[in-house]
Design a protein around this ligand. Structure first.
Ligand SMILES: NC(=O)c1ccc[n+]([C@@H]2O[C@H](COP(=O)([O-])OP(=O)(O)OC[C@H]3O[C@@H](n4cnc5c(N)ncnc54)[C@H](O)[C@@H]3O)[C@@H](O)[C@H]2O)c1
Length: 320
């Protein structure tokens, strides 16, 4: 594994800027490069101002803005910025042709062993990899917006990506206080397939007159969305009880057809006597009585404190 200490972010917009801040805050030496020198220096100024505001608002620890600015510099050109970096992160527009052109330029100037990541939210590695020399060092490193505050990062290895490159990036993410999860190289990966599936169904619900936009948002954020900061869908199904979920799918299948049929994973689990945490046999694992009690205590504490936080913050500002 190569230990990454220096990183360059190419494309210092919304995401690239946030990623540069996160890495600089956690002690990496970071350079940014945007379309030209003026845009890069503009971005550096914006990031400095933003870091100060985050610190003033108590969102960053005292001293964070100084740490960020001590570790963050602007490259005079893309070529100059990537030349010595251990890791180069591409975060330009979500357009395969623009990304390929930028990746080719990065490869022409970066060290042959520099690891190269793309922040694409939807484009498979296999579509972009042709633009990269030494493809074993290339992978998707998909931060979420706003990068300074969202801890999860989706990783996608292509066919050629080496385990060494993946391990180096996982190590970087851990040192930057981020949690990486690796998924297969398919369009939309896991994050956006899930996110878009929810938006698609929410849109259908509105179009069919089942609920208004406002009521859908209220239901999501006050019920199952409330849980999602702590548990994913499999852990939630385990806690609800797998037979209940299987039966729920039957109702949905009868109404909406095949697309809502009980998934095979769930049918098989129930047939094998797995009922979730209730009987200690779930989709996420087996639970003895002590673990079950600890999980329930964690869950109740998490939801209670989430309720406190929401009451403290009050409702989010709304558009008119
Ligand atoms: N916005 C989001 O919520 C989000 C979330 C996750 C991932 N992403 C992904 O991150 C990437 C960037 O998105 P964004 O929202 O930050 O876009 P953005 O428009 O804010 O930033 C893109 C930046 O790339 C720069 N750029 C364009 N061409 C360039 C070039 N040839 N050389 C150097 N810089 C160049 C632009 O000047 C701009 O500053 C996309 O791939 C997007 O899909 C976005």
């Amino acid at each position: 594994m190569h230990t990454i200490n220096t990183a360059t972010v190419v494309g210092a917009g919304y995401m690239g800027g946030g990623i540069a801040q996160v890495l600089a805050l956690h002690g990496f030496t970071v350079r940014i490069a945007d379309v030209d020198t003026a845009a890069t220096h503009e971005a550096l100024k914006r990031l400095e101002k933003e870091a100060r505001e985050f610190e003033d608002q108590g969102l960053f620890e005292p001293g964070s803005a100084k740490t960020i600015m001590d570790n963050l510099t602007a490259g005079d050109s893309l070529e100059d910025a990537v030349a010595d970096a251990d890791f180069v992160m591409e975060a330009v527009f979500e357009d395969p042709e623009v990304k390929k052109e930028v990746l080719a330029r990065i490869c022409a100037s970066a060290r042959p062993d520099a690891i190269i990541g793309t922040n694409t939210s939807t484009i498979p590695v296999k579509v972009l990899v042709g633009a990269v020399t030494n493809p074993e060092r290339f992978l998707t490193v998909h931060f979420s917006n706003p990068a300074p505050f969202i801890p999860g990062v989706e990783l996608v290895a292509g066919e050629a990506t080496s385990q060494e490159a993946i391990d180096s990036v996982k190590d970087l993410l851990a040192r930057a206080g981020r949690e990486g999860a690796q998924v297969a190289d398919t369009p939309g990966m896991a994050l956006n397939r899930l996110q878009y599936a929810l938006l698609k169904e929410a849109t259908l619900i509105v179009e069919q007159g089942v609920a208004s936009v406002e009521d859908v948002d209220t239901i999501v954020r006050t019920t199952f969305g409330f849980r999602l900061g702590f548990f994913g869908p499999f852990a939630i199904a385990d806690q609800a009880g797998l037979p209940v979920y299987a039966k729920g799918f039957t109702t949905l299948e009868n109404a909406f057809g095949d697309r809502m049929a009980t998934p095979k994973l769930l049918v098989d689990a129930v047939a094998a006597g797995r009922e979730g945490t209730k009987n200690g046999k779930g989709l996420t694992g087996d639970f003895d009585d002590d673990t079950k009690a600890a999980l329930i205590a964690y869950r109740n504490n998490a939801y209670s404190r989430m309720g406190d936080l929401l009451r403290e913050l009050g409702p989010a500002p709304k558009g008119t």
